[in-house]
Design a protein around this ligand. Structure first.
Ligand code: ADP
Length: 932
């Protein structure tokens, strides 16, 4: 079909490839064909004959592709789609939008600009004459004429002028603009070739990033009101900058949350000129690949050897980078995978001084090298310590897919809509699985294994281990000629291969090695068949293009194989399991101030934690039957007992860290970093008895898990484990990413929850609806805090229902704070307040309930015998206070409430007259102790 298309639309395709006059589209198509393996170097050189007219080259390309058959034509048509410019008039459009500045700036350097245009071939001598003449024209007019002329010449001429303007206006011209453009072009095509395909699909078919990319949830790490939705431009943009002096932006997120894919998207769009147009050069690095660079290098060598080699004028191009750092971006993917942890001990300031790669990297990040060049680095949060945080311009969190994102991703994966909707229905029917699918890597696996998913009926995966077992069986079945064996038999048939890959993975996790050479594979006896099974993918190495290297599809896949090895091999040492679970419990400082810069032990490595999570899952009772024919049952049981002991001891260490309660205060435990991980391991085992036994020793009134990176997946695990608590607790989950799906996951433990703090958690009205529906059935549930979520008037009917129904409910503290409740919502809420006789705390800060809403609430509270504390600021919407309402609300009605002893009225629009009213009322009220 694609072959047909190539034939029938030949003239349109030719026109599309050659219309701009630039060879760029053709070359980008060639890049793509090379990258996906449809073209060899020989084909490439046959098409790209220097000196032959562009049309002739394009025709030759079409002939060759057609002759190669359907698969090549398919790849070709996708490549055509891929290189089609996103917005053909984008650069010329910029000439128009920036015209006033350009006219002002160009008038002093017309000669340079014209020379650059001549040199690049965009202008002829006649064009230059047209612009300059007549000689006495004022220079602004000449600049305008130049811009008009450039616009008529199209995108490449516009690009030359913009580039020229950005760096030639005030400096010595030591580098020809053509050389820079040539280098930029080379860099762009290399970046494009590296980023067009999803790199983890090597073994399972080619997947264009354009076809599958789905936007993830990107948020600023710092609390930032009204930050809204962040996109790729915000990575470099000004939003959320906390340190203007620093160059480095950190994107943190869990393994599989999409950090590499996000960077890949950024690279691809930059290569096409569709984003970050103000940056002339972009150098992408992968930290896992930098691990294999053992030589000392200078920064210049690092950039050119590892990213893109300038064919000429290397020193001049490097000088350009030094002199114009603001036009350059460097990205480092996966700092957590670098063998060395960040340190700012060794300073290197000289760009020509050779140093080990990690030293260069640290100096780049902290700004001692290439100061002013913007650096973007991704990492898992556990691997970023306080030393690096000092050097950050800002930090962003990537939080995986939103529920809409899951929907969109699954539809992109399955073009057959009936399959997509069945997969989605199956995911949504299982809330635990829906939670898991917020992680893009898990969503990908679930979509890949859609046949298995749809075939397993009610037994759809619940845990992360279940999902990885599903893909293991999926790939193994694809390898099987007979395709009839499954479960234990299938694993037994492939035991050899699993152990070979497992050993490779295990040794890699121990040594922080994620890219493997042929010799590593040989040492672990990995055969060609095992390489092709789908778990490994070929690594694209710029610096070692000749040698074949491999990596696992994803780092979590490597951890899964390492776990399989630990469970199934007889060669691991007895202490392996213990070491895996060993954590540094001696530290008592909390997450936010914990420095993990001195990673030494195995358990401090985030990959060991993921491996341990899988080991727990694989050794659970539910999965033991799978290993029946692979290893003696007694060995598996022994290892399982060891895991249970480790989890038990780990939790004990946490419980021991609970300080004795301060007088008159509740006994409170602040979760330390490993706590949530241990909870997740217990959940992977899904053994109620064990969870119950472990928790029997936890005696606290309040469990604080703020800033613990808790999303829907963690909520499922928390609810599973905490529901076994013996007495009710307060659960504080402020500043996490619980969201509506997480709220739903928490419901199974709501009966042991006295108070639930969910401040700053991206919760909407729908989450509140579900929470209230369950909350009214739970006797212990008495307090809720929802400050800074995404609530609107629609949630007030549910909250109102809660107030009417639950006559032991105590606190709606900050309930509506910083949400978007208007007077309508306040009136709805007032209906609930009128019928409630138990509430002692109410917080209304940061809403827009206006005078009428305030009056309704004040009316409802009239005569309340219980309300002791009222947070009431930002009550009035407009700048002009209605004195009547103020009098009615704040003074005449609220102040005389018998138990009210604290009133906060700050940030309202209270005038002098209002204050007089307050004073009069206070004279009559003997209980008020403080007024803010
Ligand atoms: P991380 O770098 O955070 O470990 P990756 O970017 O490697 O995560 O993502 C793992 C896998 O998840 C990718 O190979 C891809 O299949 C899928 N994925 C991640 N982010 C996206 C996205 N934005 N759109 C589509 N798929 C994604």
């Amino acid at each position: 079909m694609a072959q047909d298309l190539v034939l029938k639309q030949r003239s349109e395709i030719l026109c599309g490839l050659c219309a701009s006059g630039s060879p760029e589209p053709l070359e980008r198509v060639l890049d793509v064909l090379l990258a996906c393996g449809e073209f060899s170097w020989e084909d490439y050189h046959n098409v790209r004959v220097q000196g032959r007219p562009l049309h002739a080259n394009a025709r030759h390309l079409l002939d060759l592709v057609y002759a190669k058959g359907e698969a090549a034509c398919q790849a070709f048509t996708e490549a055509i789609r891929e290189v089609r410019p996103e917005d053909p008039g984008r650069v010329t459009g910029m000439l128009l939008t920036r015209r006033p500045t350009l006219v002002a700036e160009l008038q002093s350097c017309m000669d340079g600009a014209l020379e650059a245009l001549l040199e690049s071939g965009c202008f002829t001598h006649e064009d230059c004459g047209d612009v300059r003449l007549p000689i006495h024209t004022p220079s602004q007019q000449v600049a305008r004429r130049l811009l008009d002329h450039v616009s008529s010449k199209g995108e490449s001429a516009a690009n030359v002028v913009l580039l020229f303007k950005s760096f030639f206006t005030s400096i010595l011209v030591y580098l020809s603009i053509t050389e820079l453009l040539i280098y930029q072009k080379k860099l762009r095509s290399s970046v494009s070739a590296q980023s067009s395909f999803l790199n983890t699909y090597g073994g399972t078919g080619h997947m264009l990033l354009d076809d599958i990319y789905t936007e993830g949830q990107l948020e600023l790490a710092q609390d930032c009101k009204d930050q809204g939705h962040l996109g790729l431009e915000d990575i470099i943009g000004t939003a959320g900058n906390v340190n203007q002096e620093a160059d480095t932006v950190l994107i943190s997120g869990d393994a599989g949350s999409g950090k590499s894919t996000l960077l890949q998207r950024l690279h691809l769009l930059w290569a096409r000129g569709a984003t970050l147009p103000e940056f002339v050069l972009l150098f992408p690095f992968s930290c896992r690949k930098l691990n294999s660079e053992l030589n000392e290098l200078s920064v210049q060598k690092l950039l050119f050897h590892h990213c893109c080699w300038p064919d000429r004028d290397q020193d001049e191009i490097f000088r350009f980078i030094l002199d114009h750092p603001h036009l350059v971006v460097i990205t480092f993917d996966g700092l957590d995978e670098l063998k060395q942890s960040f340190s700012d001990e060794r300073r290197v300031c000289c760009p020509t001084e050779p140093a080990p790669v990690h030293v260069l990297l640290f100096n780049l990040l902290q700004g001692s090298l290439l100061k002013g060049v913007r650096k973007v680095v991704t990492s898992r949060p556990e691997a970023v310590g306080s030393t690096l945080r000092k050097h950050l311009r800002k930090e962003l969190f990537l939080k995986g897919f939103s529920p809409d994102g899951i929907n969109c991703f699954v539809k992109k994966q399955h073009h057959d809509l009936s399959v997509a909707s069945k997969v989605l229905a199956s995911i949504q029917a299982n809330t635990a699985l829906f939670g898991l699918c917020h992680s893009p890597v898990l969503c990908w696996i679930v979509s890949q294994c859609h046949k298995e998913l749809l075939g397993c009926g009610d037994g759809t995966p619940q845990t992360i281990t279940d999902v990885y077992l599903m893909i293991l069986q999926h790939f193994l079945q694809h390898q099987n000629a007979s395709k009839c064996s499954e479960g234990a038999t299938l694993l037994q048939e492939h035991l050899g291969g699993i152990l070979h890959l497992g050993q490779l993975a295990f040794q890699g996790v121990e040594a922080s090695c994620y890219v493997f050479a042929g010799t590593d594979l040989e040492t672990c006896c990995v055969t060609d068949k095992e390489i092709c099974a789908g778990f490994l993918t070929q690594s694209k190495e710029m610096s070692f293009p000749q040698s074949l290297r491999y990596e696992f599809l994803h780092v979590t896949m490597q951890c899964f194989f390492a776990a399989l090895y630990i469970v199934l091999s007889n060669n691991t040492d007895r202490s392996t399991v213990a070491k895996l679970f060993e954590a540094d419990f001696s530290s008592t400082c909390f997450w936010s101030c914990l420095s993990v810069d001195h990673r030494q032990g195995l358990a401090e490595n985030p990959n060991s934690q993921i491996t341990a999570t899988f080991v727990s899952g694989l050794l659970s009772q539910r999965h033991r039957h799978l290993w029946l024919h692979c290893t003696p049952t007694t060995t598996v049981e022994k290892k399982a007992r060891q895991v249970v002991r480790c989890l038990h001891n780990g939790m004990q260490e946490h419980f021991k860290s609970i300080p004795p309660p301060v007088q008159c205060e509740k006994k409170s435990m602040h979760a330390m970093p490993g706590f949530v991980w241990l909870i997740k391991c217990i959940y992977e085992m899904r053994e109620s008895n064990m969870a119950e036994e472990v928790l029997s020793q936890l005696e606290v009134d309040h469990l604080k898990m703020t800033y613990c990176n808790i999303g829907p997946v963690e909520c499922t695990a928390l609810a599973y484990v905490l529901k076994h608590l013996r007495s009710p607790v307060g659960i504080e989950l402020d500043n996490n990413s619980v969201g509506d799906v997480g709220v739903e996951q928490l419901l199974p433990c709501l009966h042991i929850c006295k108070s639930l703090y969910l401040r700053n958690n991206n919760i909407t009205d729908e989450g509140i609806r579900k929470l209230v529906a369950k909350g009214i059935q739970c006797d212990n549930f008495q307090k809720i805090a929802l400050f800074n979520n995404r609530l609107t008037d629609a949630c007030t009917q549910h909250v109102s229902h809660l107030l009417k129904t639950k006559q032991n409910f105590l606190s709606l503290r900050f309930v509506l704070g910083n949400n978007n409740i208007t007077s309508e919502g306040a009136k709805q809420l007032a209906k609930g307040l009128e019928c409630n006789h138990s509430l002692t705390h109410l917080g209304l800060w940061g809403n827009k309930i206006g005078d009428s809403g305030a009056e309704a609430i004040a009316g409802a509270l009239e005569g309340s015998k219980t309300l002791a504390w009222l947070r009431y600021y930002f009550l009035f919407a407009g700048p002009v206070v209605s004195l009547a309402s103020l009098r009615k609300c704040s003074t005449l009605q609220l102040i005389p409430l018998p138990l009210l002893h604290c009133t906060r009225l700050t940030e309202n629009c209270i005038t002098r007259e209002g204050v007089d009213c307050l004073v009069q009322a206070l004279e009559r009220n003997k209980r008020i102790k403080s007024v803010w």
